[in-house]
Every structure is written in C-alpha cells, then in structure tokens.
Design a protein around this ligand. Structure first.
Ligand SMILES: Nc1ncnc2c1ncn2[C@@H]1O[C@H](COP(=O)(O)OP(=O)(O)OP(=O)(O)O)[C@@H](O)[C@H]1O
Length: 803
C-alpha cells in the first residue's frame, strides 16, 4: 500500500491572548477544509465509470480504494487474481475537518461550514468561504445553488439576518453586498454589468477596494436571492466537456457590515472559483484554453489574490469547500483537488478580530499618543529647568564676584592687583563657558519645543477625530486636556521652587556673612577710637549705622520693601514660565567688566547705577605698573556735612560712644554697612592704561599728598596698615575719650580682695578706702588683671605699656 497523505489532527487550536487594548483578538487558526463529493451525473453513470472516492466517515475518505476482486474461474477452477494489465489502486486516506458524501444537501454543507463562520463574523472576524474544484465538480451548485435549492451564500445570509434580528435593538447594522467576477484578469460588477472592467485600489482604512463597485444594501435574505440569480446570469459561462454551463470566471460575493460602535468594517467573502482543472481536461483550445490558463494563474496571484488579500490571508477565518466528483472520469482532477485541500488544511492563520469597540479603540490611540507627548514634554521641562538654574547660578556668581571685587578695591592695592590678574580672567572664562552652555541648551530647547508642539498638534487632531466619531469620549478628552495643563503648572511650580531654593540658600549665606560684620566693625571702630583716629564724620556715620541696626527689630517686610530689595528683584527677574532665560540680561552682565563706582549709597544697587561725572572726582593714583585709578575721596561726596548738621551732631561724644557700645550686637542692614565706606573708583581703570578721563597722574606712593588733602578726616584710605605696636608707641592716647569695654561686674567670691568675709559678711573698709590703687595695695592679682586689660588689642594703650 502506498503511503497515504499524513493524517491531521483537526481539533481546534486555542486562541491567543487578547491584545493590550482589549479590543482586538489574535488567534491562530487553520483553514477549515470540508470536502463535498457530488453524486454521479448522467454522463458518468452512462460511461460505466468506477467510483474512486470512498467516504469512510464524516472526516475521512479514501481515494482510489482497493477494489474487491471478483473471483476468476477458468474451467471451473478459480484462477490467481493478479491482473498484470490493471493499474494498482492508490488507496490514499484523507482526513479533513468534514467530509460530506453524495447525499449531503446544501443545508448540510451550510451547517458544517458557514454557520460556524457566522458566529466569528458577528464577533468581528473577517471570514471567507471559497469553493474549489474542477469543472463540473459542483462549486456553483454549492455556493449559489438555485431558487429551488439555494446554495450556502443564501443560507448564510438568511441566517445572518436571523441573527441580526435577534439583537437588532441593541445594534444598528449597516449591511452592504457586492457581487463581482474576475474573468481573464479583469474585474466586473455582476450586479451592474458593464463591459468596462473595474480597477482595484488599496485603502489604508478599508483595505482592498474595487473602484466604482456598487455596494447594494439589503434588508432581507429574499432580496439577496433575486440579486444572486440575476448576478449569476451576468457571469461569463462557456460550456466545457465537463459542464455545459461552466463558469469560466471567479465569482466573489462580499457582504460588509458595520455597527455604530465599531471602528472597522467586517467582511464576509463567498468565492466561487473557476474550475481548477488542467486546461487539457476541459478539451478546450484557443480562447477557452487561454481562459483556463488565466483561471489557474489567478488562483496563484494577480487580481483575485489582491482582491482577497484581507479575506484569505492571516487576518481572516477561512473555510474551503473542496468539490470533487466520485467518478474515475475525473480521477486526476479529484486527486489534485484532494492534495490541494490537504495542503490547505495545514495552513495556519493568525486571525485578528476586526470588531473593535470604537470608544476603546480611540482611548487606546489617545493614550498611546499622549504617552509620547508626555515623554517629549518632560524632556522639554528638564531642559528648561537646567537652563534656568544655570542662568540663575551665573547671575548669583556675578553678583558675588562684584562684591568680592569691591571689597578688594577697598582693601589694598595688592588685593586689587591680584583680582585684576587672576580673578577677573577666571570670571571671564567662567562667563564664556556659561555662554557656550546656555547656547547649547537653547538650541536643544528649541528642538524639544518644536517636537513637543508637533506631538500636541497630532494629539489634538486625534482628540477631534475621536470626539466626532464618539461623542461619549468628551469627558475622557477633557481629562486629557486638563491633565496637560496640570502637568504644565506642576512643572512651572517645580522650576520656581528650585530657583527659590537656590536663591534662598544664597540669601542665607549672605545674611550669615553680614551678621558677622557689626562685631568686626565695632572692634575696628573702638581700635581707631583708642588711637584717637576717628574723624567726626566717621563717628557720626558709625553711630547712625548702629542706630539703624537697633531699629532693624521694627522692620516690617511690606511689599514695597520686597520690591526694592535687589534680592527679590533677582528672584522676580527669572520667569519660570518663559521658555528661555533672558540671556540678554545675563550676557550684558557677562560682557561688562566689573565696574566699581561706589559712594555712600547702597552697594547692592551697583548694577543699576550710572556713573555720574561728579563721582569721577577724586584722587587719581598711579599704580606701580603705570596704570591709574581714580579714588573719589572728594569732600562733597562725604555725607558728613549733612550728618553733622543734623540734630544728632549736638550729642556729646561720650553719649555716642555709649550708644555704640550698646548697639554692637544688633543685626545690621547690609545697606547700612556699605554706606560706612565712601569710595569711588573703577577696576577697569587698572586694566586700561590710557583712560580718557584720567586728568592727573600721581605717584601711588605719594603719601604726603593724601595727608595734605585732609586724609585724617576721611575714611576712604586705600592703603592703611595699622600696626598696633608701632602706633601705640607714637600715638598719644587720648585719655577719657575712649572707654575700655564695659564688663558686667563680676560678683567676687569671698576671699582675697573681696569685700566679703569668708562667712559672707561685709568687711569693714578702713585703711584702703579712698587711697590710690597700687600694686602694693591691690596685690598681685590686681596687677595681673590690669596687665591683661592693657595688652588687649582693642583697648587703648595705658600707662603701663608706655613705661
Ligand atoms: N451535490 C449535487 N447534487 C446534485 N447535483 C449536483 C451537485 N453538484 C453539482 N451538481 C450538478 O452538476 C452540474 C455542474 O455543477 P456546477 O455547475 O456547480 O459545477 P462547477 O463546479 O461550478 O463547474 P464550473 O467550474 O464549470 O462552473 C450542475 O448541473 C449541477 O446541478
């Protein structure tokens, strides 16, 4: 026995898991193959042909079964049965999903094929049923049938309408049908016959379309019956040896339906293929032969394949009905058909559900697009934050540098030179680096911004489409828009908080630094005072300053004050909502050489002030490297006159000192501190040897000049080294003017030098009372105490030191 075609397990395979959206379902499925064996026709019966198909059961048949040999007798003796002239039987077993014998009706075929398919169709799967076989095998009989014995197309549609009517109230079905034929590679509409063939088009949304095809809408299966009968009459038919009414074309009946809740159209295709027989089998020549060639060709590719692209491929549930004749006359065709059907049965398809809940589908699409937009948005926010933080840090750095430069200017020429040679170039390099980074970030921001805008535009288009398709989605769409606004507000707040945090840190550091200044100032003042080197203007100014420090307690931070505060100005100057940092501002600062022109005004306002010609007045000092700096030490710039004329000037100096000593520990406004110094000058002057406005060049070392101009009355000495030891020797202390630091009286413990006895009772002062205190009378401890006080760096020199 010859090896049979391998048997197949035809049990249904489990479907794949639903997709993420929950709206589409992919499942693996084989092409369902049903074999129908038609009864022998008149001709076959007349030809006394042999039956070559033996239907074993509803899934199995044997092709060319072994014949039961009749015993052969010769002269009453049974002879050996072997007939050498006879061809051996193939006896091939074929197993399919279903095998229908000669007695099966169209209704039976429908039950086994399209009835199941309809359930899938209603679930949203594209479905196709095609009949395959040689000419006269019964394809048209199965598919179309007649009015009296309708084929499976009619039966399917009848059942479809029955199903639809059962849930008509729930769903609104829109059904359209078309009936076309592919003949000699041309497509014709069978419902509206025309000699002009139709063209195939591919549409992204609807798949393969036939341009100009009539899509008839039907409401009952009865309408369809007439339609199919008329359509079939228009089909190209030519008699063949096997079939007097042979259809020489492929007929494709398609039913499409769409409900309001669906996003896509679902298609059912019923295809009556032209005979698959070999051209020679038809006994045709000429035109008919060409027909046959085209039929076979179109089974493999071209128009029919394209037309059924989405109805035979992966995304479709497919049923193949293989029609065969049982007669040995069609032996070859039947064998070929069975082989072809067996192969088709092995094809596994991945079927995708087409019914998608439109609402869920739109949600899915919107969510996907929104995700992309959020990614782009967060990238943009990140870049903006980096850019603004960078700009703020740069501005704070410039501000800090300005202060440092000013302090250097005030302290000594060496410091100033160091600043010019080292710090300023370093600062300029930092500025250049900042500018580079800022530019790089800016270009990145531009790109990210345009990407983000583009994705938002796309998302908006999708939102509009979704809304027009599904008005129910209004809430969902509103939520998407609101969430975007919320994201923007949050990003803006985060940015603002970050900037404020940085500035707050800066202000804290500045405040801490400033809080240390009053003590230092007080010590310096007292030292000068000890040497009687305090000019009246400085004393008054110092007193005013300390008074201000005292009144700091009553400061109220109203809005106006905040606005005038340069720190607040700095905070408000950075708008976190702006896409870019106003680099113009930063750039202008970067390109400006630190210009220190100070007077008795607020130092922190340096950046906003113009250099008035008046403030250019002063003493030009020639530096060792032949550069010149103008020190504004002119009298008119000192506030002393005004201060002296004020009511405060009438106070006695002793009172002033008194106040000073008590006010030392208070907080001081930085503005007030800065006003202590009266200095004008320009750091740039050191970098530019030839300044236009330099009028007089003086030798830097010409001390007497400064003295002549009354330097002792001014505070703006550029170079004053205070050597306590030397000065203590040459400067005569002014007795009574400077008081030593007051210390709270220390309760003395009873014992040596105490006015209390060991038991706590007061001692009677007798001999010592009223006498001058000498080493002898106060004892060793008193001498040590006096020495300690005298050697304290901030106390005035006393008689002991002098000695
Ligand atoms: N199952 C059946 N029972 C009774 N008669 C049948 C059956 N199948 C086919 N016939 C008859 O056989 C003849 C040929 O059938 P049909 O036209 O359907 O063949 P076909 O495969 O479509 O051929 P072609 O490819 O040439 O169009 C018709 O007269 C039809 O009535």
């Amino acid at each position: 026995m010859k090896k049979a075609v391998p048997l197949k397990d035809v049990k249904s395979r489990p479907g794949a898991l639903p997709s993420k959206c929950g709206s589409t379902l992919n499942m693996a499925a084989n092409i369902k193959v049903v074999v129908r064996v038609r009864p022998l026709n008149e001709k076959e019966r007349g030809a006394n042909s042999r039956v070559v198909v033996d239907v074993v059961d509803d899934t199995m048949l044997v092709f060319d079964p072994k014949e039961e040999l009749r015993p052969f007798f010769y002269q009453g003796v049974q002879q050996p049965t072997k007939n050498v002239l006879r061809r051996a039987n193939k006896e091939l077993k074929f197993v399919f999903d279903n095998v229908c014998g000669q007695t099966a009706s169209n209704k039976d075929i429908f039950e086994l094929t399209t009835k199941d398919v309809l359930a899938s169709l209603m679930e949203g799967y594209n479905c196709s049923v095609f009949v395959y076989g040689a000419t006269g095998a019964g394809k048209t009989f199965t598919m179309i049938g007649s009015k009296e014995n309708p084929g499976i197309t009619y039966l399917t549609m009848e059942h479809l309408f029955y199903t639809i009517n059962s849930f008509e109230k729930e769903r609104d079905f829109d059904i359209g049908v078309s009936y076309i034929e592919v003949y000699n590679e041309n497509v014709y509409d069978l419902l509206k016959p025309s000699k002009t063939p139709l063209q195939l088009r591919e549409d992204a949304k609807y798949g393969v379309m036939v341009a100009g095809l009539t899509l008839e809408s039907i409401n009952t299966a009865r309408e369809l019956l007439n339609m199919l009968e008329n359509g079939n009459k228009n089909r190209t038919q030519h008699p063949t040896d096997a079939n007097a009414e042979s259809s020489r074309s492929h007929a494709v009946f398609q039913m499409r339906y769409k409900t309001s809740s669906q996003a896509r159209v679902v298609k059912l295709s019923m295809i009556d293929l032209a005979g698959s027989e070999r051209a020679s089998a038809t006994g045709c020549v000429g035109e008919r032969f060409k027909e046959g060639a085209n039929i076979n060709r179109s089974l493999l590719d071209s128009k029919l394949t394209r037309l059924l692209k989405d109805s035979l491929g992966g995304n479709c549930k497919t049923v193949m009905i293989a029609n065969i004749s049982p007669s040995s006359i069609s032996y070859e065709d039947t064998y070929n058909t069975l082989k072809y059907a067996a192969r088709a049965n092995k094809i596994q398809l991945s079927v995708k559900k087409n019914i998608v809940d439109a609402k869920a589908d739109w949600r899915c699409r919107i969510t996907e697009e929104e995700k992309l937009h959020i990614t782009l948005e967060s990238h943009l926010f990140g870049l903006r934050t980096r850019s603004k933080v960078l700009a703020l840090r740069q501005r704070l750095q410039i501000r800090a540098f300005t202060h440092v430069a000013e302090l250097a200017h005030r302290s000594s020429n060496e410091t100033m030179e160091l600043m010019v040679t080292e710090d300023i170039p370093r600062q300029e390099r930092a500025a250049e680096s900042y500018e580079k980074k800022a530019r790089h970030l800016e270009s990145k921001i531009l790109l990210a911004h345009s990407n983000c805008e583009e994705s938002w535009m796309q998302l908006q288009i999708t939102l509009k489409q979704a809304l027009s398709d599904c008005p129910d989605l209004q809430d969902f769409i509103d939520k998407v828009v609101l969430q975007r606004e919320l994201r923007h507000t949050q990003a803006s707040d985060n940015l603002r908080n970050k900037l404020l945090w940085i500035q707050n840190k800066e202000i804290n550091m500045f405040t801490e630094y400033m809080s240390e200044m009053p003590n230092m100032l007080r010590k310096l003042y007292l030292t000068l005072k000890g040497y009687d080197k305090v000019p009246p203007a400085l004393a008054t100014e110092y007193v005013d300053l300390m008074k201000k420090a005292k009144s700091m307690k009553s400061i109220s931070w109203d809005m106006e004050n905040e606005c005038n505060d340069p720190h607040f100005k700095l905070i408000s100057s950075i708008n976190s909502n702006e896409m870019f940092v106003s680099n113009g501002d930063a750039a202008s600062k970067l390109n400006t050489t630190v210009d220190i022109v100070t007077d008795s005004d607020d130092l922190t306002d340096i950046e906003n002030r113009e250099v008035s010609p008046k403030k250019r007045k002063g003493t030009p000092i020639k530096l060792p490297n032949n550069e010149t700096i103008v020190i504004d030490d002119s009298f008119e710039n000192l506030d002393a006159t005004r201060t002296l004329n004020s009511t405060k000037k009438v106070k006695r100096e002793a009172d002033v000192v008194d106040d000073v000593e008590n006010a030392g520990s208070g907080m001081i406004n930085p503005k007030d501190l800065n006003s202590t110094f009266v200095l004008a000058g320009k750091m740039e002057a050191m970098r530019r040897p030839k300044l236009e406005n330099v009028k007089v060049e003086l030798n830097f070392k010409s001390e007497p000049q400064a003295v002549k101009r009354g330097l002792t009355d001014r505070t703006n000495t550029i170079q004053r080294t205070i050597n306590f030891n030397d000065k203590a020797k040459v400067v005569k202390p002014v007795v009574g003017k400077a008081l030593p630091q007051r210390r709270p009286p220390v309760p003395r413990a009873p014992g040596f030098g105490s006015s209390l006895s060991r038991d706590g009772t007061p001692l009677a002062r007798t001999v010592q009372a009223g006498r001058a205190m000498t080493e002898k009378v106060v004892g060793y401890k008193a001498v040590r105490t006096r020495e300690r006080v005298a050697t304290h760096p901030y106390s005035r020199p006393n008689a002991f030191n002098k000695r």
